[in-house]
Design a protein around this ligand. Structure first.
Ligand code: ADP
Ligand code: MG
Length: 455
């Protein structure tokens, strides 16, 4: 590395530690060292208005770096061009010092922008607060305003359809609104796993690492999906450490308390508890009404108060169901061109939804098998097969247990659906899981989660 390169790197380092990330990204990331002749340094800037800011704020650092490396006081000049800097391979008019050296553009000061993948429809404004989520919302807001400084990580957990994904994205949207340059990524753990495996396959782990380890804010959803995924856990461990060491914010969600995240490495679980852990519980009646009021503002009908009370009484554990009910009503109201939604209309609209609810529904064994398989990361073939590996056996027994609990099928019929097993095998699995359930809270959460997916 040449002296010029050493000088520039030192400046970058100083700028990075002295200024906020957003300032750095906006003013420094695109700048280039064009030339260093004698004690005269020339900097390339891609926007004329940036120059004033440089003169006021960065020259001191440039001189400091210059003095450190050369023992001389540098004079500084700028070359400004409206065009974005282009590398010499694409016919640029300017060649930077770094390029002259083997065409290696200074990697340290240039990071590709990241695709945030944030869902813009989920904001704090349309997140209805209730006793059930007040604490989680306050923590999420606080984190958005103080990235990396207050609670790191923030760990939000709770049952399905209670607003975890919504809150996670709300954080991202707020941070992005406050600072459009922030490097943010929202990712489900499933996607994280897939991306990781894909990069492994393509032998391109560098890109993966560069993306995830240079974020200001990582929002990672449904972390329980990393259970049983040893190599992805390892990678996530390093990602977590890299971000945490730089005081970059991490927010995680999970369907359960970290203490119940078995099959996840202890060192990860320990880290999840470093910051703040916050639970979202199901909304109470008043909150369900408030959520309904908020959501029905989007529809061109009047909902009577009775209707809202009626609906809030029908679905009591999951906000997603409430939303689904409004969609059903919307469909009916549109078809009939109604302007007011009465209790009768609402009842008619949601009838089929209620029928698909647990008590009345016929659940195919196949559906149970596929949800159990997804949950434990076991294929259908393995579930029906003869392998005696522990986690496969466990998944198989859980699937048999649920097949007996949730359907009217006879034991021999269930056995048949599991690779022609004997009915005594099914009986044994059922009893075993039942005994385990009495002692293991964690297993109970697992089963509740799977059942919620099946229904
Ligand atoms: P989870 O990730 O916990 O399973 P989601 O965040 O996907 O749940 O929420 C399910 C649906 O319910 C989403 O459409 C979300 O906008 C909505 N929702 C959940 N909680 C609230 C709330 N407090 N206020 C407004 N909408 C909510
Ligand atoms: Mg979610």
């Amino acid at each position: 590395m040449s002296q010029e390169q050493v000088f520039w790197n030192r400046f970058i380092e100083l700028a990075h530690t002295t200024f906020k990330q957003s300032i750095y990204d906006f003013y420094v990331a695109d700048a280039r060292l064009l030339e260093l002749e004698g004690n005269q340094v020339t900097i390339f800037l891609n926007r004329p208005f940036k120059k004033d800011f440089w003169v006021k704020n960065f020259e001191e650092l440039l001189r400091a770096a210059g003095f450190e490396i050369y023992g001389e006081l540098l004079t500084i000049q700028y070359q400004v061009s409206e065009n974005n800097y282009q590398s010499s391979s694409s016919q640029s008019q300017v060649n930077t010092v770094a390029e002259k050296e083997n065409n290696t553009v200074n990697q340290q000061n240039y990071l590709q922008p990241v695709r945030s993948d944030i869902k813009s429809q989920y904001t704090f404004t349309n997140f209805v607060q209730g006793d059930n989520n007040q604490f989680a919302k306050a923590a999420a807001l606080a984190v958005s305003d103080n990235l990396g400084e207050l609670y790191n990580p923030l760990f939000i957990f709770g049952g399905p359809g209670l607003g975890k994904t919504h809150l996670l994205n709300a954080i991202g949207n707020k941070v992005l609104a406050d600072n459009p340059q922030a490097r943010i990524k929202y990712v489900s753990s499933e996607t994280f796993i897939n991306e990781f495996l894909e990069h492994l396959r393509l032998n391109d782990m560098e890109t993966f690492k560069k993306t995830y380890r240079n974020l200001d804010l990582l929002l990672i959803d449904d972390i329980q999906s990393l259970r049983n995924k040893a190599s992805t856990q390892e990678e996530f461990f390093h990602t977590f450490n890299a971000l945490h060491e730089k005081n970059k914010q991490i927010v995680l969600t999970s369907d359960r308390n970290p203490d119940y995240l078995d099959n996840l490495e202890e060192r990860l679980v320990t880290r999840f508890k470093w910051g703040l852990t916050s639970e979202i519980t199901p909304p109470d009646f008043e909150t369900r009404i408030a959520i309904l009021r908020n959501k029905c503002e989007n529809y061109p009908y009047e909902f009577t108060d009775d209707t809202l009370s009626y609906l809030a009484g029908q679905f009591d554990s999951n906000v997603r169901d409430l939303e689904g009910a409004l969609k059903d009503i919307n469909l009916l109201a549109t078809m009939r061109q109604l302007s007011e939604i009465t209790v009768d209309v609402a009842a008619e609209a949601i009838r089929s939804r209620k029928q698909t609810n647990p008590q009345n529904q016929v659940i195919p064994i196949e559906r149970i098998q596929s949800e159990v398989g997804n949950f434990y990361g076991v294929s259908l073939k393995e579930l029906k097969g003869a392998k005696r590996v522990q986690h496969i056996v466990h998944a198989r027994q859980v699937a048999m247990y649920l097949a007996r609990e949730l359907t009217d099928n006879s034991l021999p019929k269930i056995g048949k659906e599991f690779g022609n097993r004997d009915h005594t095998t099914v009986m044994h699995a059922y009893n075993k899981i039942k005994t385990m359930l009495a002692e293991d809270d964690n297993l109970e959460i697992e089963l509740t989660t799977i059942k919620n997916k099946i229904r």
